[in-house]
Ligand binder design. Sequence first.
Ligand code: PEP
Ligand code: CO
Length: 449
Amino acid sequence: MSDTLSSWTKTSWRNFTALQQPNWPDQTDYDNALETISKLPPLVFAGEIRDLKALLAKASSGEAFLLQGGDCSEDFERCTAPDIRELLKVILQMAAILMYAGEKPIIMLGRMAGQYAKPRSSDTEIVNGVEIPSYRGDMVNDPEPVKEARIPDPQRMVKGYHLATATMNILRAFTRGGYAAMHRVHAWNNEFVKKSPRGQSYEKLARQIGKALEFMDIIGIDTDIPQLKQASFFTSHEALLLGYEEALTRQDSTTGDWYDCSAHMLWIGDRTRQLDGAHIEFLRGVLNPIGLKIGPSHDIDEIKKIITRLNPENEPGRLTLITRFGAKKIHNYLPHLVREIKKEGFSVVWICDPMHGNTYTAETGHKTRNFNEILQEILSFFEIHWDEDTVPGGIHFELTGENVTECTGGDRKIRDSELKLNYQTNCDPRLNADQSLALAFQIAELIAK
Ligand code: PEP
Ligand code: CO
């Protein structure tokens, strides 16, 4: 650790500048909400966090591949069993495709059970000529575009904690209770996807997996084992609201180490990764795996210093670099970044977020992303890593299990004019189930290479 820094505590971030924090109207209400959360049980346990870190260490050397995905911003009203199940199903399907066709263990990491806070480009927005606070995620305010709804309410953090707990609980039930068993690989295909060409390819793959399991049964290999009957599923979100993260930071009784128990993995957004900012200060002291988003605005020397600060021991699996340059810019930035990081000997997991650099506004006014650009950024990501002899270790998506029309293109060739048909997101546009499977098939081929 750098000697200029004083020692870390879970509150030391308060001495640094924290960007992107809401303007909470009342300090006492805010303090009371955090006090309540700090007494409630952790959402995840230190042992699980260590398991994820060990898996990520494998991803850094190419022995596993990370699939991170979920909503841009989880919606309180969509914290229902069917909504969570549909999203989980797509992630399970994608993992089955990547595992079977890509021939690699897949680490499933949801943007789920706590992805409730959003950084924004501006504190306020103009709606019908009136200036109102920006929507900052359901844990802060309500998306309805009226002034009263947009006033930050700290009780939303308490509600967010409870909904994250409910989400975690049902995820654990689905993934441990038989739903995610490989024997059920057929059942994950949904009605909407079944009719599409990708859905058909998925059915074929599911039949092959089913046959392999039957064959194992016939020759007497036990398939009633946890590796086939259960899935390991981890959670992650952007560690944006540092008061909330602090309230869930707990000391592991067996080791005395500190873990942020709001999720297994936390990431730092592209807008809050200042070397001397509060987010870096907070996350340097917890032992979770940490993600760092890197977009075109980065400064390479600052990134190196951030890496040293977050991972002074160069521990494999501790740090995941999530690059998000956009299909048009990735060639301008990624090769240089990769070379510089490699030269320093830093151990990192390289993953690609092909969503956040490819957002544009359609003529209809919808914020959207095009399937081909997303795919193009992924292809470039793999090619650049192959050229530089580094490991493309994973992928980071915003997606949903619903039949939404938020991103253009894909097999159904969604056009700008069709975005309005089922545009549901409160924040960024997500891939629908069909588009997600199509990308999984493409990525599987790249991983298998
Ligand atoms: C996000 O992941 O939703 C996000 C805001 O990303 P970034 O920090 O990369 O812009
Ligand atoms: Co987003």
